[in-house]
Every structure is written in C-alpha cells, then in structure tokens.
Design a protein around this ligand. Structure first.
Ligand SMILES: [Ca+2]
Length: 140
C-alpha cells in the first residue's frame, strides 16, 4: 500500500515537472519571437523613423520615452529607427533611374558625372541621360 502511494506521488511530481518545463519553454519561445522587448522596440523605432514630426513619434509620447523602457527595448528601437530611416533616404534617388541611385537635379548631371553605363531610364529623365529616348541612358 505504501509502495502504491509512493508510485502515485512520484508520478504526480513527474507530471508537474513536465508541465513546468513545457511552460518554461513555451514562455521562452514567446520571449524570443516577436514579443521580445528588442523586437517591440525595433518595430516602434521603424515606425517612428517614418514619422517626420518628432512630436508624433511613439518615443516622444507621455510615459513612452526612453526612461520607461528597458535597455533591450531601446537597443531595438535605435536599430529599427536607423534601418527604416535608411529606407526613406532613398528619396534622394531619382525614380527615373530605378536600377541605380542617382539624385535628382540640382545639380544637373551628365553621363561623365556618374559611374554607371547603360542605365535603365524611365519617366522624365531629369538629367537627360537618354537623349534618344530608347529607355537606356549613357550608352557605352
Ligand atoms: Ca538612349
């Protein structure tokens, strides 16, 4: 009878340990995925980088500033902000030259001013790289 009781207790403890471990692993997985402070920060940083008015940014809202976040969140925030800010700097690339990055005028550039040859040209070609309008600029 005592042996039977011990077996039941051991089984219950084993079951509890298994439940505990699986919860820990589940919790860890959730932490490591999109719910991590780093990723949360990254997403907010990326969003803020697209908001031109600093007053509208998440990080500048009451009780949302850096002091209210963990170091990990802010590390993600800074990286997200930098990455997404980089995307918007592509506005300096004229859309007439989709395969390369050439800023719109001014200054007005000539083919000798750019290192590219046989540039794909679309639209209004503000630099006049494609004089014969065949869609290819600075033919070599
Ligand atoms: Ca041409």
């Amino acid at each position: 009878m005592i042996g039977m009781m011990r077996l039941i207790v051991v089984s219950m403890v084993t079951a509890l340990v298994i439940i505990f471990i699986s919860q820990q692993m589940g919790g860890f997985n959730a932490y490591a995925s999109e719910n991590s402070p780093y990723n949360s920060g990254y997403n907010h940083g990326c969003d803020d980088a697209g908001i031109s008015d600093p007053n509208d940014r998440y990080i500048n809202q009451p009780e949302k500033g850096p002091a209210f976040h963990t170091e990990e969140f802010m590390s993600g925030y800074d990286n997200g902000f930098e990455s997404c800010k980089g995307d918007t700097s592509n506005e300096n690339c004229d859309s007439s030259y989709p395969d390369v990055c050439i800023a719109p005028p001014p200054p007005d550039l000539n083919c000798d001013d750019v290192s590219y040859k046989n540039i794909k040209v679309e639209g209004n070609d503000p630099h006049g790289f494609d004089r014969d309008s065949d869609g290819i600029g600075c033919e070599s």
